[in-house]
Design a protein around this ligand. Sequence first.
Ligand code: AMP
Length: 278
Amino acid sequence: MQVVQKIEEVRAIRWQAAGATWGLIPTMGALHEGHLALVRQARAENNKVGVSIFVNPKQFNRRDDLLKYPRHLGLDLEMLREAGVDLVWTPAEDEVYPLDFQTYVDVEHMAKPLEGAARPGHFRGVATVVAKLFNVFQPQRAYFGQKDAQQVAVIQQMVRDLAFNLEVVVCPTVRESDGLAMSSRNQRLSAQERMASAVIFRALMKAEELWRTGWRDGDTLRLAIETVLKTEPLARIDYISAADPHTLNEIQGKTARALLSVAVYIGAVRLIDNIVLG
Ligand code: AMP
């Protein structure tokens, strides 16, 4: 496994294996089983696997969140070596954003609601860094987690709009045994908060149960989630959404498909999760 910092080094290694198919997994490090599931799928589908580890400052709208974001590069590299990764890019900030950097990717509609509304500028940062990663690695496939459903929608839109020559592969959300979606931010939960955070998946499962018994309207699904979340005193709701999975518009009335997503503070830690119905 080669670990490099410079764009030129990534390019050299990428094009030494010009005939190989490359799969790329963009990450912010503090890796867990969710990331490794993406790596394993990429390993199975490509000759070469590249991973980027970069805590992208431009996608954080709060400085304290950026500063507290967990970082343990040594452990990450061990995990990636074991998983059979070929190339890891760990750029310094000024390698990705030189001093005179001034070009951004704005995905207009898809980036507006949900995380985009709650975290102004977030998806501008995501789309910009992912576009740069695509240009540096030029992979045939790029792997993203369903855990960040709107991120997937934004990137798929960008890939279509700007004709990036690659396939976006979406992998299912990997969960802890109590249903909590794995996340680097889970490390910041106290033991008590960690227990409380299971309420998020319970709330989504309650809505799924209603869906299975025939309830199809947005208001009922949103209310079901809210009711369960409110049973947990440590949980503070940021948003609850039942949206069309393709447009991300909130569902008014009945629907055949729904993306249910939530953002919830457990103590000071903001967690997101989602499921797709139908
Ligand atoms: P991050 O390091 O949080 O930027 O995540 C890097 C990639 O891993 C993104 O595509 C995430 O959606 C994905 N990911 C993070 N957590 C999970 C999870 N629990 N299950 C599946 N994919 C995940």
